[in-house]
Design a protein around this ligand. Structure first.
Ligand code: ATP
Length: 273
C-alpha cells in the first residue's frame, strides 16, 4: 500500500481552550505561538528562534492536541506525520519524504511541523539493530537532522515532536539548534481530570447534573484520551438503552468498561515482557 506522504491542514480550529489542564505545558508552548506570530520582535534584537521542541509524556495526554493548538492559535498551517509511518518504507523513501515535508513547510511558512512518535525514527543509532530496516531509519533520522540544521532561524518553521520515550532518543536530536527544548505533558491530576471532563461533557446531552468532581474521583490514572473515551462511551451506552440523554449511571458503566479495557491492555503488555 502507498503510505501518505504527510498531512497538511491549513485551517486548524483547535485553540488552548480545547486543552484542559496542562497549565505549565501551555505556558511554555505559548512562547512558540509568539515566535510564529511576531518573529521580528525576537530576531531584530539578535535573538535566535528555536527550531524545535519535544513534547514528552505518556500516551493520550494531549501532546498532539497541544501541537494543533499552537497552529490554531498562531493561525499557521500544520504539517504532520508519524514516525511509525517510516518504519514500513522502502529504502530511500523516508529521507526523501522528510525532504519534501520541509520543502512544503518552508514554502508555506510560518508553519508548524508535527512529528508524532519520533522515537520510531529517532532511537539512538546503532542500537536495537535487529529489524533490518535500521539503515533506512538512520537515513531518515539523518535527513531530519540535516533539515533542521539547514534551515535558518528566520525560516520560521517550528518542528514539534512527540514521544513517550525521551530516554531512547538519539542525543543528536536534543543538541542545540534542534529539539533543544522539552515540554512535559503528564497524566492529569484530579483537578485536571475535572477540567478535561468539563471540556468533553459539553457536547453531550445530560439528563441530570453531573458532578465533575465525582467523575474525576472515579478515574485515577486516566489520561485525557481515556476521559474523552468515557464521555463518548457513556453516550453510546445511554443510546443503546434507548435513552435520549446521558445520566450518572451511564458514566459509571462507561468508567467500568474503560477500566476493564485498560486492565486488559496492561495484562497483555505485562505478559509480552
Ligand atoms: P499519543 O501519545 O497516544 O499520540 P497524545 O498525547 O498525542 O497521545 P492526543 O492525541 O493529543 O494525545 O489526545 C487524544 C485525545 O484525547 C484528544 O484529541 C482529546 O480529545 C483528548 N485529550 C487528551 N488530553 C486532553 C486534554 N488535556 N484536554 C482535553 N482533551 C484531551
Amino acid at each position: 500500500s502507498k503510505a501518505k506522504l504527510f498531512d497538511e491542514k491549513n485551517d486548524i480550529k483547535v485553540t488552548f481552550k480545547d486543552v484542559a489542564g496542562l497549565e505549565g505545558a501551555k505556558e511554555e508552548i505559548q512562547e512558540i505561538v509568539e515566535f510564529l506570530r511576531t518573529p521580528e520582535k525576537y530576531t531584530s534584537i539578535g535573538g535566535k528562534i528555536p527550531k524545535g521542541a519535544l513534547l514528552v509524556g505518556p500516551p493520550g495526554t494531549g501532546k498532539t492536541l497541544l501541537a494543533k493548538a499552537v497552529a490554531g492559535e498562531a493561525k499557521v498551517p500544520f504539517f504532520s506525520l508519524s514516525g511509525s509511518d517510516f518504519v514500513e518504507m522502502f529504502v530511500g523513501v523516508g529521507a526523501s519524504r522528510v525532504r519534501d515535508l520541509f520543502k512544503q513547510a518552508k514554502e508555506k511558512s510560518p508553519a508548524i511541523i508535527f512529528i508524532d512518535e519520533i522515537d520510531a525514527v529517532g532511537r539512538a543509532r546503532g542500537k536495537n539493530n535487529f529489524s533490518g530496516s535500521n539503515d533506512e531509519r538512520e537515513n531518515t533520522l539523518n535527513q531530519l537532522l540535516t533539515e533542521m540544521d539547514g534551515f535558518g532561524t528566520n525560516t520560521n518553521v517550528i518542528v514539534l515532536a512527540a514521544t513517550n520515550r525521551a530516554d531512547v532518543l538519539d542525543k543528536a536530536l536534543m543538541r542545540a539548534g534542534r529539539f533543544d527544548r522539552q515540554i512535559y505533558v503528564d497524566l492529569p491530576d484530579i483537578r485536571e481530570r475535572r477540567e478535561i471532563f468539563e471540556v468533553h461533557l459539553k457536547p453531550i446531552k445530560k439528563s441530570e447534573h453531573l458532578d465533575t468532581e465525582f467523575l474525576a474521583k472515579q478515574t485515577p490514572g486516566f489520561s485525557g484520551a481515556d476521559i474523552a473515551n468515557v464521555c463518548n462511551e457513556a453516550a453510546l451506552i445511554a443510546a443503546r438503552n434507548n435513552k435520549t440523554a446521558v445520566d450518572k449511571q451511564d458514566f459509571l458503566d462507561a468508567v467500568d468498561r474503560i477500566v476493564g479495557g485498560l486492565e486488559k491492555k496492561n495484562k497483555i503488555i505485562s505478559t509480552e515482557e
